[in-house]
Design a protein around this ligand. Sequence first.
Ligand SMILES: [Zn+2]
Length: 212
Amino acid sequence: MTLAYDSNDISKMPLDIGGWLKKKNKGNPHCVLCNSILSVRNLHNDRDTHFLHGANSQCPSVASINVSSSYLKNLPKSRGASAHVRDFVRDNLYGVFSRMRAVLSAITWLEFKECCENAKRLQVWDLVDLPVELIPYVLLTCKDSFPVSKYRTHSASFFLEPNPSVGSYWNFSPTRKRIIYEVRGQSGTIVAHEIDATPAQGSVISQIIALL
Ligand SMILES: [Zn+2]
């Protein structure tokens, strides 16, 4: 695990091991993906100091199963609760695709279609309180892994930042989710992408379809 946040830090800023060691008045390091408490290993050996999960961790960074979408299973759902979010995607296909492409540059329209197929199967449109601004990022987590391709040198999986404190999954005081993490291929490198909290508007495709 290469990134952690401090349990004393309400902003949950991700830190690498160097940033962690420099920090004063630290709490416990928490995993930015699975939210579990990490230990710091080899503290007195500068070259090898690193964060480590406990035994039997199910964290996607260490488990062989890279299941980005597993969090969706346990969230509250009610039939049609996010139908308005689905309608937003339908009306703003280009905007939503562009927002996903800003995080994963080589995403194709076929992969976008696959994300939408999975979203339907995973009952994303029944999620309670899903903010419309987050839908491009939720769709990225609906595909467990984006494989290496002609235009992509590493596979990629996506995870929304966990909720470290009381509050609903999507919104926690004083803000809502701000980061989506990308776990890259075999190396397990973690990249933090800032979430754009504005609606992903862009209706050119819908306008063209309406014209024809
Ligand atoms: Zn973890």
